[in-house]
Design a protein around this ligand. Structure first.
Ligand SMILES: [Zn+2]
Length: 346
């Protein structure tokens, strides 16, 4: 029986959690002004002994099934584990998390690039992205951007769901895409820093796009933020999937292969890394599971993650990414016509 598709009518202020208006008040502060790259002498913490322990195998495109639960659990245990001390921007844990991400993107052959910037706390941090170039002569330059943030609140707040789960899902989608080889369109995997204080990293990326990721070429964003608590409310939201959008049609079909998860289509979101791109008229799909009990709490630990559903959500996001990258639909035309379906009044 296909997974139950429920229409989401709520407005989700993400950083505060969603679905129940009561949670919406905690929406994050207004997005930060694009900040300059870290100045010379900016404090970069030396990795602590704990962080230094993280080791990743070198060659990995074919090192397993992309959505193998044991492999995803192992990565979650590292990124959401106590050793990374809650991955506050500029901390040793932040540095170690980025090392894990870079290493994985490198051994997937996606040539990771580090984009440094200064976090709201004044410390040096960075975005990391990898790219799988498109093969089609006509739409090969169009970009599907898969996004997740790697930072969290710091010591005592492991952030297993927020957002080690999203980073783990993104890396699984990256392996899936790498195993399939080039799609028609280009796929960029971007892991942003300093999201918790107002999406500082993604706003920086959108304001200072790397030369090989022109913002005008991005035709779709797929954002993964907190995909580890499907059991909390019994559904995963796929927000930004409004009527007439390419992703909405495709997702409603793809979802049939995942009967064990409930996918909520529709719904408008605020406050995660899709936002700076949406403001530039780039449509988004935002996969998010509400976490009623441990959102931004010390109890957001690896042992609480609904891994079975997380694996399905990651796999569904992977199907959507590859389907859109190979789609014969004119995504650029839809984007020109509909933008991201949300208008922002600043
Ligand atoms: Zn988050």
């Amino acid at each position: 029986m296909p997974g139950r598709v429920v229409a989401l009518a709520v407005v989700c202020a993400f950083a505060a959690g969603c679905s129940l208006p009561a949670l919406a008040e905690q929406a994050p502060a207004a997005p930060a002004k694009a900040t300059a790259p870290p100045s010379a002498g900016a404090k970069v913490a030396a990795p602590s002994a704990n962080a230094a322990k993280v080791a990743v195998p070198p060659v990995c495109i074919e090192d397993g099934k992309p959505y193998d639960r044991a492999a995803l659990h192992a990565r979650l245990a590292v990124l959401g584990g106590a050793d990374l001390e809650g991955r506050a921007p500029g901390s040793a844990g932040d540095l170690a998390a980025r090392a894990v991400i870079e290493e994985r993107l490198a051994c997937l052959g996606l040539a990771p690039v580090v984009q440094p910037f200064t976090a709201q706390n004044g410390r040096a941090t960075a975005n990391v992205y990898g790219k799988l170039s498109g093969s089609d002569p006509d739409v090969g330059d169009e970009i599907i951007l898969v996004a997740a943030h790697h930072d969290h609140l710091g010591v005592g707040f492991p952030g297993a769901n927020d957002n080690a789960s999203g980073v783990v899902a993104l890396l699984a989608v990256a392996q899936d895409a790498a195993q399939h080889g080039a799609s028609k369109r280009t796929i960029v995997f971007a892991v942003f820093g300093d999201e918790e204080t107002g999406m500082t990293g993604s706003y920086f990326f959108a304001a200072h796009p790397p030369s090989d990721v022109p913002i005008g070429n991005i035709v779709q964003v797929i954002n993964l933020d907190m995909v580890g608590s499907h059991s909390s409310r019994g559904f995963v939201a796929a927000m930004g999937t409004f009527k007439g959008f390419a992703a909405t049609k495709l997702l409603a079909k793809l979802d049939d292969s995942y009967p064990k998860i409930n996918v909520g289509l529709g719904g408008k979101a605020r406050g995660s890394d899709f936002e700076p791109f949406c403001k530039q008229r780039i449509p988004y799909v935002f996969f998010w599971t509400p976490d009623a009990r441990c959102y931004h709490q010390k109890c957001d630990t690896v042992d609480r993650i609904d891994e079975k559903a997380m694996v399905s959500i990651a796999s569904l996001a992977g199907d959507l990414t590859r389907t859109m990258a190979d789609s014969s639909l004119d995504l650029a035309a839809t984007q020109r016509r509909l933008g991201c379906g949300v208008t922002y009044r600043e």
